[in-house]
Design a protein around this ligand. Structure first.
Ligand SMILES: Nc1nc2c([nH]c(=O)n2[C@H]2C[C@H](O)[C@@H](COP(=O)(O)OP(=O)(O)OP(=O)(O)O)O2)c(=O)[nH]1
Length: 214
């Protein structure tokens, strides 16, 4: 059976692979779903046999590191796009917010950056800002993607962003039972989920930038 991929082109002409390995009607359904959401972007299907536009694929990867990255830009071993989980290192007053998970059992008690799965068509910043409102009751703005990406499980990819608090006092409304603000010298004080430890050095630099050269 021929398989199809769903492609997207943004306003700058960058092309991204949204999904791959779908039957034609499935691919067309995905396109219709994205179009129905009213995004001002171009979506289409094409047979998977057609060689991927190398420049487009590269643009997808580099844009994924930038502020306008949309979700599902990378593909997993199965050839379908990974779903993205966005975690937010919420920064305020030179400290970052750590959140202690209350579930599931294997993660309960470990600390993480609050966030969750991006919905189809959401950019990573949009997903993060929505999740921070749902989980903490605050308004926040995504600032920059932190280096790295981690496969949490097959098909689910974690990306972390720095974000700034705009308004509100974070409260553990969903998924967490304790919150702590940590200064640059306190980042190792909590039992982070393993993936999250990797960004602590980058985060420390953001919280405590070196003084400007004289
Ligand atoms: N949110 C978040 N998840 C993380 C982090 N580090 C890490 O390994 N994960 C893992 C834990 C989960 O197995 C997976 C998905 O995160 P999640 O539990 O927040 O997502 P969710 O299913 O609640 O998504 P949603 O329903 O809220 O959209 O990612 C992190 O810093 N933040």
């Amino acid at each position: 059976m021929d398989t199809f991929r769903v492609m997207r082109q943004d306003d700058n002409g960058n092309r991204f692979r949204v999904a791959e390995g779908l039957a034609r009607d499935e691919a067309e359904r995905v396109v219709a779903e994205f179009e129905a959401r009213g995004h001002k972007q171009l979506y289409w299907t094409e047979p998977t046999a057609r060689p991927t536009d190398a420049a487009g694929a590269t643009a997808g990867r580099s844009a994924a590191a930038g502020a306008a990255a949309t979700t599902a830009a990378t593909t997993g071993a199965s050839g379908t796009a990974n779903r993205i989980v966005v975690g937010g290192a919420l920064i305020h007053g030179g400290r970052v917010l750590a959140a202690r998970r209350s579930a599931p059992a294997e993660l309960a008690g470990r600390w993480e950056f609050p966030g969750g799965k991006a919905e189809p068509g959401e950019t990573e910043p949009q997903a993060l800002e929505r999740e921070l409102l749902e989980e903490l009751g605050v308004r926040a703005r995504a600032l920059q993607r932190l280096p790295g990406a981690w496969l949490v499980r097959p098909g689910l990819e974690l990306r972390l962003w720095a974000a700034e608090l705009i308004s509100g006092e974070p409260r553990p409304l969903e998924d967490h039972d304790e919150l702590r603000w940590l200064g640059p010298g306190e980042l190792a004080d909590v039992d982070w989920i393993d993936h999250d430890r990797a960004v602590l050095p980058d985060l420390a630099r953001l919280l405590d930038p070196p003084p400007p050269a004289a």
